[in-house]
Design a protein around this ligand. Structure first.
Ligand code: SME
Length: 158
């Protein structure tokens, strides 16, 4: 197991404990953003953009890092595209992503992972930005997707 995969294995255990029994969405998103953000120095901004109602833009949710944009239209930027296409996007160089929304000029690469209700409808995205180019790979994708499954199963269970 790589160091990164090992660190994620620990993080996933920690997240399982952290979300157990808590169903308040804002509270869980806040603690999950904090736990993920603390897990790696590669993460410069870690947080959620959530859709309150169908057809509405994604709105800034709980996060760690510098202040960020309030709203992202579905289909726009990395977050809006990942949400619309219902798939994880890894962007090695944000300057090469058409329509990238720059909340901070320090961000150089990012990963955006959709959050799904158990029925399969997307409800928002986890967005992690790094100041380092090419900071994210398949291990980040696999482990962060697992983290979002685990979290959503707890929040949206009922
Ligand atoms: N980079 C994102 C915008 C959100 S901030 O970077 C926190 C995007 O293009 O979707």
């Amino acid at each position: 197991m790589t160091d990164k995969a090992g660190a994620y294995a620990l993080l996933l255990k920690q997240l399982a404990e952290l979300v157990r029994g808590e169903t308040n969405e804002t509270s869980v998103l806040a603690n999950v953003a904090a736990a993920i953000h603390q897990a790696s120095d590669r993460f410069f901004w870690t947080g959620f953009y959530m859709q309150q109602e169908s057809g509405q833009p994604l709105r800034l949710g709980p996060f760690q890092g510098p202040p960020a944009c309030y709203a992202i239209p579905v289909g726009r930027g990395v977050c809006g595209t990942a949400f619309a296409e219902r798939r994880t996007l890894v962007v090695p160089d944000v300057e090469l992503f058409p329509g990238h929304i720059a909340c901070s000029s320090l961000s150089r690469s990012e990963i955006v992972v959709p959050v799904f209700r158990p029925g399969g409808e997307p409800v928002g995205v986890l967005d992690i930005d790094s100041r380092t180019p090419c900071a994210f790979d398949e291990t980040d994708t696999r482990c962060l997707e697992e983290a979002m499954r685990l979290m959503a199963a707890e929040i949206y269970a009922g």
